[in-house]
Design a protein. Structure first.
Length: 512
């Protein structure tokens, strides 16, 4: 997509937003006498580096600027400025009308690079709305006509100072037009690299450079990593536009050089949707067992979320431990696909399908008691387990609505036994599900990046911890697990902590 199209989209959106808070529309007053100092620098190294890119335009007067225009120019600078000013005023008066914006784009598109650079200083005294609209379009035109000058122009006349990553997106647009410039920007960042530098802010640029020359990008990122710079979240969408399994394999192999699990996971998320067989063949080549299992688990959950039955069939067919794999599959199966889960279990051979249906519905009863009630005819319960099963179901109804619980009880011929057992277990491990759900509801209200870690022990014991507002999902996961482990040892919970939720997505369902 051309840079101009992308900028126009921002212009139309920002024009509408600005118009809402605007009190009065001001007329354009081109400033023909404004001197522009483009050589100012700060004391710090980063500001001095940006100064190297500062646009060099002599703007002592409009007449002097006009002297740089081609002799064949049909319009004087005054006429061009007047026409631009008229269109900008119309845009401000009626931001919802795209006609004036398109006319302005066409007018600026017809100008040469020198004319664009000469025009820009004349509008520095215009109001914020007018400057923002004009300079966005001019930046887009420079990206097309003279990409080597576009970044300096955007830095000098930044139309969106309140949008922190605007300049980073401009770099990405320029790199798409001229990749060598993109690598030059990346190398300039190397001169300033320190542990606190945020490469994730430049993820758009990195993704563009990955398409242009992936090996060169990886070489550069290895240098960043050696300097202590975190690569997390810097390549989160790098595989989004890849179409073939071979492209994903090449990307995975190159990114493996960075030895960063979070980046490899970003490739897996897209690759598993295209060719899961090839993905798992590649993962099977990883020698580090912990790393391989972690990546396989990521692939498992994302494949299950994309293609339930295919993923379940694959994992069960290749399982070394069928019982464990079946439990993992049922834990990952979404609660809102219970009908499909029971149908899939029915299709399996060499397993006790009734037993797995019971286990699945028992697990589901804690979150979806209504769904379980609708499938009671699909299972056969013996006398010993019937009371326990129905008691769990009653408790789940009761945790949501005492009225629903009472209606459920009235359908049973043995409700007195259910009530007796429920009373005896008022403080048992079954109630930990409700308590954990109460905590999770508080956690759910927080924003990303966040994680909820949980350990479920014997006799109703459990431990949990959650963290919120972290720089990355990986950091949130690690901190939640670390804190959960401390509570686990303190409360003598025998099972290890695991991630129960990444962001708002629960990784498994709760069981007593």
């Amino acid at each position: 997509m051309k840079a101009s199209y992308w900028i126009i989209l921002i212009i139309v959106t920002s024009a509408l937003a600005f118009a809402v808070g605007r009190n009065t529309a001001q007329q354009v007053t081109p400033n023909s006498d404004k001197s522009v100092d483009l050589n100012s620098t700060s004391n710090d190294k980063e500001s001095s580096l940006e100064a190297k890119n500062t646009l060099s335009v002599n703007s002592n007067s409009a007449d002097k600027l006009s002297s740089h225009l081609p002799e064949s120019s049909p319009n004087s600078m005054e006429n061009i400025a007047a026409e631009v000013g008229d269109l900008i005023a119309k845009i401000e008066e009626n931001p919802k009308q795209a006609k004036s914006i398109l006319k302005l784009v066409a007018l600026l598109e017809a100008l040469s690079t020198d004319e664009l650079l000469a025009l820009a200083p004349l509008f520095e005294n215009s109001n914020e709305f007018q400057r923002s609209q004009l300079y966005q379009i001019m930046t887009a035109q420079l990206i097309e006509k003279a990409p080597e000058q576009a970044l300096a122009f955007a830095q000098r006349y930044n139309p969106m100072p309140e949008f922190p990553i605007y300049l980073e997106l401009i770099k990405a647009q320029i790199a798409e037009k001229k990749p060598d410039l993109g690598f030059e920007y990346l190398n300039q960042m190397l001169e300033l690299a320190h542990e606190d530098i945020d490469l994730s802010a430049n993820s758009a640029l990195l993704n563009v450079l990955a398409k242009s020359d992936l090996p060169q990008l990886i070489d550069t990122l290895e240098i960043f990593k050696d300097m202590g710079v975190s690569l997390r979240n810097s390549l989160t969408s790098i595989g989004f536009e890849l179409e073939t399994s071979e492209e994903h394999l090449n990307l995975f192999n190159e990114l493996s050089r960075l030895d960063d699990m979070s980046i490899l996971r970003s490739v897996i998320i897209d690759w598993v949707k295209i060719d899961p067989t090839a993905l798992f063949e590649r993962l099977n080549q990883i020698e580090d067992i912990a790393e391989r299992e972690s990546l396989e688990q990521t692939a498992f959950y994302f494949w299950m979320s994309d293609s339930l039955e295919d993923a379940a069939d694959h994992f069960l067919a290749n399982a070394s431990n069928e019982i464990k794999t079946l439990k993992d599959i049922m834990r990952a199966w979404p609660d809102n696909r219970a009908d499909d889960a029971l149908a899939w279990i029915s299709e399996q051979s060499n397993i006790d399908t009734n037993r797995y249906k019971i286990d699945y519905l028992k697990k589901l009863s804690y979150s979806e008691p209504e769904v379980v009630q609708s499938h009671l005819a699909d299972i056969n319960l013996n006398d010993d387990e019937k009371i326990d099963f129905y008691r769990n179901l009653y408790n789940s109804f009761n945790s949501k609505s005492s009225k629903d619980a009472e209606q459920f009880l009235n359908t049973l011929s043995f409700k007195d036994e259910i009530l007796d057992v429920a009373a005896e277990n008022e403080n048992s491990g079954n109630n930990r599900i409700a308590k954990i759900n109460q905590v999770f509801n508080k956690y759910f209200d927080f924003k990303y990046k966040k994680a909820f870690a949980l350990a479920m022990g014997d006799e109703g014991a459990y431990a949990y911890s959650y963290v919120v507002n972290k720089p990355s999902q990986h950091e949130a996961n690690q901190q939640a697990l670390s804190q959960c482990e401390q509570y686990r040892y303190k409360h003598n919970v025998n099972n290890q902590c695991e991630i129960y939720a990444e962001g708002d997505v629960r990784m498994f369902n709760l069981v007593p």
